[in-house]
Design a protein around this ligand. Structure first.
Ligand code: ADP
Ligand code: MG
Length: 221
């Protein structure tokens, strides 16, 4: 069946054999769950953008990714799809708590990313939402801490996504980001995306990237 076949393809890719992906250019050529494929099709996503084509095969087979492609190039789907597929394959349920944390520099962007997660995950059963900062920093810290204590199961493999990573890793976010990083297991998959590969993005030790795939795509304007 489709899911077993998808798992075979992903296992091959994980072993370094990408032949089954060929030169996939459409989402429906990737080994995705039918639920995800249906949602993508209904949302009107057919052809992958360049960063999606380059990053998705790696992200789907569990590699860490450090991807750079300019604003508007479709980086959101390059991490939302692997997040949903991984939790689905792991049969992640409500009782398993937080399986993925996506960090975003602004509330607006957080809301937009959540809308994409909702759209792509609409046939799946995952709970979630954008945690929007409306109160002071102290209350937000409390909230982040209580969320982490509540839901982070040590040793459990999770996925960490940093969108606009250069901004997230900037000193303005340092204390908040360090709190989050200290609470989540180091044994995880990390997907890090930004418009540019800045010096702070290369601060790999801080986010514990392991042997990441460096992907840089700059389409002609
Ligand atoms: P980035 O994060 O790289 O700035 P986004 O992920 O916000 O880019 O995507 C920019 C726009 O492109 C969004 O409106 C999104 O819906 C659209 N988009 C992304 N991927 C595709 C695709 N494969 N096909 C069509 N539209 C896409
Ligand atoms: Mg973006």
């Amino acid at each position: 069946n489709a899911r077993v076949r998808a798992r075979d393809v992903v296992a091959k890719a994980a072993a370094g054999d990408y032949s089954d992906y060929g030169a996939s250019t459409r989402f429906d050529e990737l080994p995705l769950s039918q639920k995800t494929k249906d949602a993508l099709r209904k949302a009107g996503y057919k052809e992958m953008s360049e960063i999606q084509r380059a990053a998705l095969p790696h992200a789907l087979c569990g590699h860490d990714v450090l991807g750079a492609a300019k604003t508007g190039s479709g980086k959101t789907l390059a991490f939302v799809i692997p997040v949903i597929e991984k939790l689905y394959r792991e049969k992640w349920s409500q009782e398993d708590g937080v399986g993925c944390i996506i960090l975003s520099p602004t509330n607006d962007l957080a809301g937009q990313i959540w809308e994409v997660v909702r759209k792509v995950g609409k046939h799946h059963n995952f709970s979630g939402g954008a945690i929007v900062k409306r109160t002071g920093i102290e209350q937000e810290k409390e909230r982040i801490n209580s969320l982490n204590i509540l839901v982070c199961t040590p040793g459990r493999k999770q996925i960490l996504v940093l969108d606009e990573a250069d901004q997230i890793l900037d000193k303005n976010f340092k204390s908040q980001v360090d709190i989050i990083l200290s609470q989540i297991p180091k044994a995880r998959q990390t997907l890090l995306f930004s418009a540019t590969q800045t010096k702070s993005v290369k601060d790999l030790a801080r986010v514990s990237l392991k042997n990441p795939e460096y992907i840089s795509v700059h389409e002609q304007a």
